[in-house]
Design a protein around this ligand. Sequence first.
Ligand code: PGA
Length: 263
Amino acid sequence: MADRVPYVAGNWKMNGDRASAAKLAREVAQGLAGLAEGSVEVGVFPPFVHLQTVAAALSGAAGGTRVRLGGQDVYTQASGAFTGEVSAAMLRDVGCVSVLIGHSERRHVIGESDELIAAKLKAALAGGLSAVLCVGETLEERRAGRTDEVNERQVRSALAGVPAESLERVTIAYEPVWAIGTGVTASPADAQDAHAKIRAVVRAVAGAERARAMRIQYGGSVKADNARELFAQPDIDGGLIGGASLKAGEFLEIVRAGAARSA
Ligand code: PGA
């Protein structure tokens, strides 16, 4: 646990306009002053149309270089007749270093399959991006006792065939679907259990060293007042934050909870 730097990222989803996105980015960047270098990694994932605005806001703000910018999705192909889609190269061109892959809203609202998600992960990595691979069970699956099976299937199908040297650019976010945006969080013990099992899957797929190094974020109704307890668990390496990442003050509290773990 000690050598994994916690990673706290804000998934802004489909929220905000240019002005509010720039303001939020500036406030987050400025709020990082005073946090020890290397104590926590911070990222933001704004809507595509705000990426350039946020990149500019970050480059003009003290602390801006400490914020990793990412897209919320990417397409499998590099260019061509794919109306509405965005490639890894396009994301890099506007300043992104990372991308979310397989977020639960992409899986369950938009209907993305494991196969498409696996192809997107490979395209992101081949295109030079880091990726946050999101996995997690629905309420129905949890009630049926299928949590571990679902997580294992989602992790295995996405990581299959990823070149070993690219795996260091992958973070996994465990986000139980029933906890996203609901105000209900997994208990720290349940989350830890799921994280440990996901790490065991990574071990089986990619070996012990890679599994030890891989960061596994928790996501699903993380707030300033529950982050510390969650991040204190040995296999929880920070969080992917939705609603609470839209308020700089609360997001920064959660970032500090991540930094506190590595202190
Ligand atoms: P939430 O969203 O923090 O609003 O529950 C988390 C996510 O979807 O990444």
